[in-house]
Design a protein around this ligand. Structure first.
Ligand code: C5P
Length: 237
């Protein structure tokens, strides 16, 4: 089976308090995107499609092309879009026809261990058509509505924590299913605010099963400056 990994890296660095795109923010001296791409290659996946911010795609192409650790990879860089869903769709359009398994990974999950990436790919190859890594939730989570002017929000309910999983990436899919899910998602979208925040949600919207496999704390998403500090600690460990 031929497996391709999409690494979506078109987000801004604003929540990190950075002027440069988030994917180019250094962690231990190496840009987040390189950390993520190297680990994908280490998992045995050598075909990568990266979505980059449109105004930084040349810089991203140069960065990936110059990295010795990625010498064995075939990397295509495309312009991302205004939402994560749009950025993944742009990358998916550039995935070669031969691919039958596609992983979708956030560059922001820079320290995702290669064995987790390989596990997700293996689960798809073994016959689960949509696979996401996830961890049990330790906080009690409330669903809220009606946010008031002072920021307070009315609680609608408390889902049973034992049934919740905080999901990560890479998420792995049978290629035909991911194509169908994104086509349906694009037809629904229009309003960027309604774009899906992960790819599994698009598959769920088709009524297809999605399976959760054990995730890894090291696959944390680096969003804030505090996350970056935590990632520096994980990297040194
Ligand atoms: O913003 P969010 O936390 O959802 O970002 C998750 C991943 O999606 C990041 O790797 C980010 O670079 C990517 N992203 C993207 N295109 C966007 C927004 C986010 O590729 N327009």
């Amino acid at each position: 089976m031929s497996t391709v990994a999409i690494v979506t890296a078109a987000g801004s660095g604003s929540r990190l308090g950075s002027d440069v795109p988030k994917a180019l923010v250094p962690l231990g001296g190496v840009p987040l995107l390189l950390h993520a791409a190297r680990r994908v290659l280490a998992a045995g996946i050598a075909d990568l499609v990266v979505s980059a911010p449109a105004d930084a795609s040349d810089a991203v192409r140069a960065l990936l092309g110059a990295d010795q650790a990625l010498a064995g990879a075939r990397v295509t860089v495309v312009d991302g879009g205004p939402s994560r869903q749009a950025s993944v769709a742009a990358a998916l359009a550039a995935v070669g026809v031969e691919a039958d398994v596609v992983l979708v990974h956030d560059a922001a999950r820079a320290l995702t261990p290669p064995d987790l990436i390989a596990r997700v790919a293996a689960a798809v190859r073994a016959g689960h058509r949509a696979v996401v890594p996830g961890l049990p939730v330790t906080d009690t989570v409330k669903e809220v509505e009606d946010v008031a002017a002072d920021g307070a929000a009315r609680v609608r309910g408390t889902p049973d924590r034992a049934r919740l999983r905080a999901v990560q990436t890479p998420q792995g899919f049978d290629r035909a299913l991911l194509d169908a899910a994104h086509a349906a998602g694009a037809a629904r979208a229009g309003d960027e605010a309604l774009a899906a925040t992960d790819d599994a949600a698009l598959v769920e919207a088709l009524g297809e099963d999605v399976w959760v496999v054990p995730g890894d704390r090291a696959a944390m998403k680096i969003t804030t400056a505090e996350d970056l500090l935590l990632a520096e600690l994980l990297l040194r460990r």
